[in-house]
Design a protein around this ligand. Sequence first.
Ligand code: SF4
Length: 325
Amino acid sequence: MMKGRVFSGARPTGRQHIGNYLGAIQNYVELQKEYDCIYCIVDIHALTTMEDVAGMQSNIREMMLDWLAAGLDPERSILFVQSHVPQVMELHTLLSMVTPLGWLLRVPTFKEKARMQPQNVKYGLLGYPVLMTADIILYKADTVPVGEDQLPHLELAREIARRFNNLFAPVFPEPQAKLTPYPLVLGLDGVNKMSKSLDNHIEMAATPEETQRRVMTAFTDPERRYRQDPGRPEVCNVYRLHHSYNVDRLEGIGQQCRSAGIGCVDCKKLLAQGINTALEPFRERRAAITARSGYVEEVLADGARRAHVIAEKTIREVKEKMNLL
Ligand code: SF4
């Protein structure tokens, strides 16, 4: 039986944090068992909001190191950088000829960003969903792992693919969403999504000491002010993270919290231990990969070569149907 094809892209944000891992990377790793996977670092997308490009190459490298150490396998999956396969820009331009402007102006994230930063609304921001569509359908991916918040973007990608197919010929599959089981991971502030820009994150490659230091800053149940106060694990983000890193002790920690049998300091130390134990093999693999001079560059060059073969075939087909050849 033919395997389905997964595509997913992520911006070059440098070293990944445990929110990236729980929300996306671990799912990427699992999907490799069932699908042909294409995972892309979308550097052009990053330009829609990034003004300072100085760190771009080091961010790409650090991110790929984390992906590889976490289990993305270049033998099974295609791993590459978006701009290394320039056909995506070509398809973006061709799709922009079939995408009604009204569809793009209605995208909620565009409206939100335009409202928040009216002095900085560029075409790239408006055209972002068209480029995202090109990313997916250039490789004829039929499955896209997404969080619920990205469903409107994927629906738009499906509409653009459908419109092209109706106007010219059925070239593209309409990509289906595959909802990730754990899409939202809150940061150490317990309020916002874990993110580097909010400095509420824990890097996967952090040292054990740094990990513990950061965990100790985490917000907990705001009503538990004194050690003897019973806590409410159900509203505590530290407890939520125990679900991922101390699953065997979860029930006990919950009971001890409710009866004030454990204090938040000790509870956080347990969490830091759990995270460090889980990340130990990852950190060892990362160090080994880092020591292999030129390895990341080889992986990316090979990924771009393989992606290029698929992309070239699709572009040819698109141009034939649009009578451009
Ligand atoms: S004991 Fe743990 S679960 Fe309970 S409030 Fe404190 S940090 Fe949260």
